[in-house]
Write a protein that binds this ligand. Structure first.
Ligand SMILES: NC(=O)c1ccc[n+]([C@@H]2O[C@H](COP(=O)([O-])OP(=O)(O)OC[C@H]3O[C@@H](n4cnc5c(N)ncnc54)[C@H](OP(=O)(O)O)[C@@H]3O)[C@@H](O)[C@H]2O)c1
Length: 358
């Protein structure tokens, strides 16, 4: 079958003919229907996947597939079911649980690659940038009513943003600020906050055109261009929840601007790719009774809930611009994804022959 292969950390992804995956106990064989190509995929491959991965590796995290065959000891999935892959694979031990992203990175919950993760990576190795994949059943979610349409591939990123907003205890009526609202995760966060009944959603970012596009989605959205820390905080005003979905910005200032805007009793959740250290005044957190929370990927239940929102029409995934690509040109696809960012999601449709935009 055809797949996007990483030969070694730092190499460019290339189209390769690879052996068909073999069905094994605990596994489900999937026809891959649609997979989101994250904006920073090229960065992940060029720098070498974080934490290390075994190579050669078929890359690709998450996605939507149709069940072709079900392995021994798998219950509840049937041939023909449309499922989502949550991307995250956990060990079986509840005392010291470990997890990693299949086909993507080797970092677990503590940010390091342990012998357990290395062993799991070796066994459940390849990702979803391929015509077919073998997934461990524990990473799959059955999606009643799903068809595998390209927009459904956005569920993974929406679920990550939804998990973060859940962890911040977002409620209807809350005022929310999204840092990095012009990115894909931030766009998802803004749409989810609106769907959850937020009374005001402040979209913070540096791309004014994209901020204005979000304003056009709903009158509750307010655009705030990213400036210096004090200016950004003042423009946001007080909010109940701040979602930090920024990419690797070279400074902690935008994040701290968001923290300064959290009203007493509120929460800030870090879900982005900022790698700067934050200097947090102890008294500020204590006196304002703030919660500062981290969030990584999503639980399967969260993804299912987002799917139900989409299926019910509460969340209009189809309103988001999506460009589909086939397997033929991985370099072109990664380049398109990097240039698109929040302006549009790139989705790989492995059996699609022509690229198209919708
Ligand atoms: N916690 C998790 O589970 C999880 C899961 C997935 C991804 N992530 C992380 O989340 C981050 C965002 O992902 P994404 O898919 O939304 O990426 P993306 O579409 O590339 O968005 C990146 C965002 O960061 C902004 N940004 C980047 N560099 C900046 C700078 N120097 N100054 C100001 N703003 C800057 C971008 O603004 P412009 O539009 O102006 O460029 C954009 O809003 C990634 O870095 C990724 O590592 C975390």
């Amino acid at each position: 079958m055809r797949a996007w292969m990483l030969d070694e950390p730092g190499a460019a992804l290339r189209l390769a003919d690879v052996p068909e995956p073999d069905l094994r106990p605990d596994g489900v064989l999937l026809e891959v229907l649609a997979v989101h190509v994250p904006a920073y995929t090229d960065v992940v491959t060029q720098a070498g996947p974080r934490g290390g991965v075994p190579t050669p590796l078929v890359m690709g995290v998450g996605g939507i597939g149709r069940v072709l065959a079900v392995g021994e000891d798998v219950f509840g999935f049937g041939v023909g079911d449309v499922v989502a892959h949550v991307g995250l694979l956990g060990s079986d031990d509840v005392v010291a649980p470990e997890e990693f992203l299949t086909g993507w990175t080797g970092i677990g919950g503590r940010g390091e690659r342990t012998p357990t993760i290395a062993a799991m990576q070796d066994r459940w190795r390849d990702g979803t940038f391929a015509e077919r994949t073998l997934a461990r059943a524990s990473a799959l979610i059955r999606l009643p009513g799903a068809t595998g349409a390209p927009h459904e591939a956005l569920l993974g990123w929406f679920a990550i943003a939804a998990e973060a907003l859940d962890r911040a205890d977002l409620r209807a009526g809350h005022e929310v600020a999204v840092l990095g609202a012009t990115g894909q995760l931030g766009t998802a966060g803004a749409h989810l906050a609106l769907a959850a009944g937020a009374s005001r959603v402040v979209a913070v970012g540096r791309n004014v055109d994209l901020l204005e596009r979000l304003v056009g989605v709903d009158p509750r959205v307010q655009a705030v261009p990213l400036v210096d820390r004090a200016g950004t905080t003042a423009a946001i005003g007080e909010v109940d929840v701040v979602l930090d979905a920024l990419g690797p910005v070279p400074s902690a200032e935008p994040t701290l601007a968001g923290l300064d805007a959290v009203r007493p009793g509120g929460a800030m959740v870090l879900v982005g790719g900022v790698r700067e250290d934050l200097v947090i005044p102890y008294g500020l957190l204590m006196r304002r009774r703030l919660r500062l929370i981290g969030s990584w990927m999503s639980r399967r239940e969260t993804l299912l809930r987002v799917w139900r929102q989409a299926a019910a029409g509460v969340l209009d995934l189809a309103s988001l611009p999506v460009s589909t690509v086939g397997l033929d040109d991985p370099t072109g696809a990664l380049d398109l994804a990097a240039r698109a960012g929040g302006a549009g999601f790139v989705v790989l449709v492995p059996d699609g022959t022509a690229s198209r935009a919708s």
